[in-house]
Every structure is written in C-alpha cells, then in structure tokens.
Design a protein around this ligand. Sequence first.
Ligand SMILES: Cc1cc2nc3c(=O)[nH]c(=O)nc-3n(C[C@H](O)[C@H](O)[C@H](O)COP(=O)(O)OP(=O)(O)OC[C@H]3O[C@@H](n4cnc5c(N)ncnc54)[C@H](O)[C@@H]3O)c2cc1C
Length: 589
Amino acid sequence: MSTPYETITTDVLIIGAGGAGLRAAIASQAAGAKTTLVCKSLLGKAHTVMAEGGIACALGNVDKEDSWKAHFADTMRGGGMLNQWRMVELFAKEAPERVLELEQWGAVFDRTPEGYISQRPFGAHSYRRLAHVGDRTGLELIRTLQDHAVRVGVEVYMEYTLTRLVKDGERIAGAFGYRRDDGRYVLFRAKAVILATGGWGKLYQVTSNSWESTGDGCAMAYEAGAELIDMEMVQFHPTGMVWPPGVKGILVTEAVRGEGGLLRNANGERFMEKYDPVKMELSSRDVVARSIYKEVQAGRGSPHGGAWLDVTHRGGDYIRRKLPSMYEQFLKLADIDITKEPMEVAPTIHYAMGGVKTTPETGASTVAGLYAAGEVAGGLHGANRLGGNSLSDLLVFGARAGYYAAEYAQKLTEHPRVDEAQIQDEVRTLEAPLTNPGVGNPYAVMEDLQKAMQEGAGIARTEASLKKGLERVLESQGRASRVRVAGTRAFNPAWNTARDLLFMTRLAEAIVRSALERKESRGGHWRTDFPDRVDGLGKVNIVAFKQPDGKMGIKQVPLAPMPEALTKVLEVAKPPEYREIMAKQGLKQ
Ligand SMILES: Cc1cc2nc3c(=O)[nH]c(=O)nc-3n(C[C@H](O)[C@H](O)[C@H](O)COP(=O)(O)OP(=O)(O)OC[C@H]3O[C@@H](n4cnc5c(N)ncnc54)[C@H](O)[C@@H]3O)c2cc1C
C-alpha cells in the first residue's frame, strides 16, 4: 500500500528562503507565475541572516573611480581565472542596480556624509566597494527581501525539508519531502524548481556555517542528473574564532581587516608582509588563510593554533559603531574586549565555490525545469570567492533565476506528470532508519565524516590525504545508509539527520574526487604535492556527474574562451594596493 502524502500545486517552487530564494521568489511572482517558497527553518532564519561585512557592488559612492570593469577584474583574478566569465560580467554590471533596488524596498544602509550608501574596503577588492549595515548586513538584506516577498504575495511554507526532486522523464515535475514538526509527507507539484538551498560547510569539523548547511539542494540536483562544477573549491575563511573550544569556527568578519585590523604572529610580526606585501591583510582569503596556516606550522602560532587580529588602534567608539556584532560576540563568548585586546583567530570552513552548473543568463541547470541560484550554484567565484561577492551573487542570480524559471513555467500548458514510483522510492529511503536492523548512530557517522573531510580534504591536501579521505568518506556513505534511529517521524532530529547524511556523504565524495582530479594549486585548492598553478588546468572546470550505473563520474570540461573585450578589461584594471586603500581610510601603515 502506498504511503499517504499531501499535495501542493504551484508554478515555480523555490527551495530555500535565504537571499537567493527570496530574491528569486520576488522575481518569479513579479513575472506572473504562482510562486511557492519552502524552507527548513523559520522565514528570516536562513543562513544569509548571519552575513556580516557587506554586499560588493561597484556603486562608486566613496571611490568614484570604481566601475563594473574593476569589479569584474578583481573577481576573475581572485577566482584564479576559473570563473565562468559571463557570469562575472553579468554580476559586476548588475550588482549596483540590485543593491539600489534593495534600498528602494526599505533597506537602511550605513551612509556617507553626503547621504549615499557607504562602502567599505574588503580583501582583494581594488576599491571601497562593500555596501553595509555595520556588521549586520545579512540581517538587513533578509528583513528587506522578506517584507517585500510577503507583500507581493509569495506563498511560504516554513519548517519543511524537501529531499527528492521528482521528474517526468527528463524534466522536473516538483519535489517531495516532509514537515519537520510532525514528519508528515508532502509533494510540491511544480512546473519549475529553483534550488536556493545554500552551501555545505557542515561537511567539516570547524565551520562558520549554520546547522542548515548540509548541501541538500546540491545533492538532490546531482541525484536528478544535474552536473556539478568546481566541487574541490571550498573556502577556508582566514579568521574564525578559536577559543574557547565551544565557539571554535564562528566567523570573525573580514570587515575587521577592512576597517584596518592587523594580523600578527606569536612574535608580534605582521606576517602578511612576507606573503603578500602589496595587499597585506586585504589579500584574498585563500592567501591569508594559507599564511596563517604556514605561521602555525612554523611554530609561530598563537596559543590555540592561530594568529592575533588587532583592531584596538581604531578606538572604542569607532569599533562599537562599525563592528558592533564582533564587539558583542567576543565580549559575550570569549570575555574579550576587542577595543582593548587582540582577537585570536584561525581558518574556518566558510563557503562552497563549486555547485550546480548553470547557464549564466538564466540560472538553468543541465536538467530541464531545474534552476539554481546563490551558494548552491557554481561558476561565479571560480577557485576563491571574494568577500561581499556572495550577497550580490544572491541578488543578481536570484533575480535572474526567478525571472527565467517563471518564463519556463508559463510556457508549459500543464503540469508535468508525477511518477508515483519515485515518491514511494523516496519514502523507503526516508523510513529506512526507522526500521533498519542494528544500532548505527547518525551523529557518530556525521562526526566521522566531518573528521575525514577536515583531515583528508582540508586547507592543505595531498594525493595521499585525499585517497585516505575518499576511503573514509565512502565508508561513511555505506554506514549512512544503515543507520538506525529510535522513535517516529514526529519531532525527531535524529531521523532528520539520517537523511541529511545521505546528502552530505554524496557531496563529500564529489569534493574529494574532484580534488584528486585537480593536480595543481589554485585558489582554495592547495595541493602541497602540486604547489603551483598548471596552465592547462586553469582552462578547465572539473565536473562531477551521476553515471548511468549510479556511480560518480568526474570529467574535465574546457572553459569557454573569454572574448577580447573582456580580456582587455583584465589588462587595464589595476590590482588593489593595501597602503593606498588604508590611506583613504585615514590610516597610515
Ligand atoms: C557568518 C557568515 C558571515 C558572512 N558574511 C558575508 C558577507 O558579509 N558578505 C557576503 O557576501 N557573504 C557573506 N557570507 C556568505 C553568505 O552569507 C552566504 O553565502 C549566503 O547567505 C548564502 O545564501 P543562499 O541564499 O544561497 O542560502 P542560505 O542563506 O544558506 O539559505 C538556504 C535556504 O535553503 C533552505 N534549505 C536548505 N535545504 C533545504 C531543504 N532540503 N528543504 C527545504 N529548504 C532547504 C534553508 O532552510 C534556507 O532557507 C557569510 C557567511 C557566514 C557564515
């Protein structure tokens, strides 16, 4: 007998209510499609709310010379030239408009003395470019988009976890999952689906990411036949908290360095002078994270295995005004007053550059009717994301995916057929942990997986560490399908975790296999056995895909050649200069 479930019908289903999902929902609704938004937590609680430092966009409010061309060049260079250049072009051109639109919808940004949106410096951006609200920018972005989405009539379902994309032949027909409170099953029938499910920082032991970042959407896309690109590219943010142990990994925003924060080792030396004398503390995240790692390896680390980050020279009033969350975070969690003492920091896993492969203009994946936007999508950031470029990514490509998914949906005269067999197959997968024999504990498997990723595919990688990592990931994958949980589907976090594990172990496999394939160092991918860039590998993306036999395939796909006009932009744009930027901030270095 088949298991009962509720059916909700819509035109465009958006999975995820972070910045990308909300912006997509607004665009889809505005384009005339019935739009439904589903999220795992409450509206307003998505990971985006944690974003701190700002939104990168070349408004030119404080540095008049800034332009989309400079933003394009910085993003390409920062990404090790692995980025999809067309995405970067659209992004750099459209980000200012998307931010001004936010302002029109009620976002209250920090201001310049003349009354324009204020912009702050950030790593590897040539100009002061980040529109911000103190260090609580994500909160303002989410609040504004959420108000607007509700106002325009987007339908919202909170505390639902969707676990399977349903297909009619080769095209998408909706998504199936469960209500997190009572565990009841639900099918969302849709003509188009937009994945806006965010990243997968929870694959690692030390992370700045929230509990939601288990990579569900990316893994669902893979299972449905979509291609994933650049999965080896995960970002270690250089500055996470390290002490006390309970707060390890929590982010210390790059805005601290943007506001003049200095990094020092145990001997009090400003070590960035050695690793990047031009960009110093405002070098790109991959470089700063590796520099801290190297200092620790050389025995010059801080007491808990990191470095010191000092912003005390900016004075108490300034710090409390520009970095209020950091001030409170350290005071409450570590009993440190950052206006008087330095912060102890170390790299923490932060962001997934890779993800679902999309068409730059539309956000369409390689599966008909399936779109992706935000952190779940790959391509924009290449091998390393610049700070602030995620929030503008959500706005630019959220809007595009929403518009084009609505257009696709409106062309279909009727809803695609739902294949009951796929739903019952997913029900069996979901219920297995309640009936499996044995005692396998999902939390123990998750812990082992996170350890395997931290040790095998961490900040420094080798062939040996990755091969060992793959072995451990595949072992976790096998154990994940055999876990046993007590109780029923109602209010059962262990049962929820059991399903998350299937997503997480699949993505872990994609990361490790892709990292083995890329035998060079570029951006966030540091192979100590291949320490340099390899020209040929700079011209290909590593793509992970599901083969007909169900196994994971890995292939190299050449990047499209960049048009001459854009190559010229790269030649002309000047790279960032730390001392110049800090002098404009009124700081002598
Ligand atoms: C502490 C911190 C600070 C940051 N600061 C900045 C910054 O200053 N500037 C910047 O540009 N970037 C910043 N970032 C990065 C940026 O915040 C994220 O990359 C971005 O918010 C991701 O947005 P998103 O819309 O793609 O996904 P998210 O905001 O992660 O939202 C994902 C949504 O998907 C839902 N979801 C997931 N899986 C499922 C499922 N199976 N079923 C139903 N719903 C599901 C979740 O419930 C959630 O609603 C920061 C990140 C962190 C961790």
